[in-house]
Design a protein around this ligand. Structure first.
Ligand code: SF4
Length: 337
């Protein structure tokens, strides 16, 4: 086993390449707004996503998952690092280097579905206008065709086309999320950040929306960055899983590797909380004590050390490098070295 950066499967050129992405939110104090520190929401995250692949990003609330998705899409400007979009084998776009106009054009390919279907849809707009807005703004089709395109998109995500004359509050939570998906699909994207896209939904509705996302992925060859705090939700959907803790990826691997051979104590703790269908299967729950430490002043050494049940002295002294477990699986823990 060797030290290296988070692993990625070797295949065709990644559609998305994220390298050492960082987002620090400055803390300012006093009348002169003196810079007194930073909230390190995202602290050097690297991964790739292949065409037609789903990478899930999991971890507790406040670990930086949402900041990661939004910084990647430049909905939030990064503090450092790089995100590249490679639409073809010979075209690679550094998203951070684009001006507003170019970023707007590229954003047609890079979409986001938000967590809260209640607040992410404008309550004053009809569903037809919400889904058709991007088509009109980007001039994707003739004005006379927008209505038909909207009806097709709604039908594809399981909303009756007649619903386009109604307002978001007239739909259930699951239907509203389907409308959010139709809006994201309107510009025929290649990549979608699903930011806790099913977290606010009932379990049965979650399954329906996840099935819909899987069907759409097959149909349109989409790639997803699927952000969730619940490991059981991502199992069915993910090709690979990255586990985040306090702004950094602590383990990344194929879904089977993460579920069957979790290497990092934090991943093991998260997995021990996932309910299992087999009641005879004995499982020891790893209870984590305390909260995620503040990203303003992260602990020296391994950030997980204050809560880790197997921490040693060296864990409090230096941050561990990623250790390679397989071609596609790495984890950052001193005990693996
Ligand atoms: Fe736990 Fe130490 Fe590994 Fe961090 S490096 S996860 S504290 S054993």
């Amino acid at each position: 086993m060797t030290n290296t950066s988070p692993a990625a499967p070797v295949a065709e050129r990644p559609l998305i390449e994220v390298e050492d992405l960082r987002k620090y939110f400055p803390i300012k104090k006093g009348v002169f707004s003196r810079h007194v520190g930073d909230v390190k929401a995202l602290d050097g995250v690297s991964f790739t996503i292949q065409p037609n692949e789903t990478l899930s990003l999991v971890g507790e609330s406040g670990c930086g998952k949402t900041t990661c998705g939004r910084t990647l899409l430049r909905l939030i400007e990064p503090t450092g690092g790089r995100a590249r979009y490679n639409p073809s084998g010979n075209e690679s776009i550094d998203l951070g280097a684009l001006d507003r106009g170019d970023m707007r054009r590229v954003r047609r390919d890079l979409q986001i579905i938000f967590q809260d279907p209640y607040s992410s849809l404008n309550p004053r707009m009809t569903v037809g206008n919400i889904v058709g807005e991007a088509l009109r703004v980007h001039g994707v089709c003739a004005k006379s065709e927008v209505d038909d395109r909207v009806a097709d998109l709604l039908e594809r995500v399981g909303v009756l086309p007649e619903g386009r004359n109604r307002f978001p509050h007239e739909f259930s939570g699951g239907q509203r999320q389907r409308i959010g998906i139709a809006r994201a699909l309107a510009l025929s994207p290649r990549f979608i950040v699903c930011d806790e896209a099913v977290s606010a939904l009932d379990v049965s509705i979650q399954a329906q929306v996840i099935n819909l996302l899987k069907d759409l992925q097959r149909e349109y060859r989409l790639s997803y960055l699927f952000i969730a705090h619940d490991l059981s939700v991502v199992r069915y959907l993910s090709d690979r899983i990255a586990v985040m803790y306090l702004g950094r990826i602590v383990e990344i691997g194929r879904t089977r590797e993460i579920f069957e051979h979790p290497a990092h104590p934090y991943t093991q703790a998260l997995l021990s909380a996932v309910p299992h269908a087999d009641p005879d299967r004995k499982k020891q729950r790893v209870l984590l004590t305390g909260d995620v430490p503040s990203p303003v002043n992260p602990p020296k050494g391994c950030h997980f050390a204050p809560r880790c049940p197997v921490a040693e002295k060296r864990c409090f002294e230096s941050y561990p490098q990623h250790t390679t477990m397989s071609d596609t699986h790495t984890a950052a823990c001193h005990l693996l070295q």
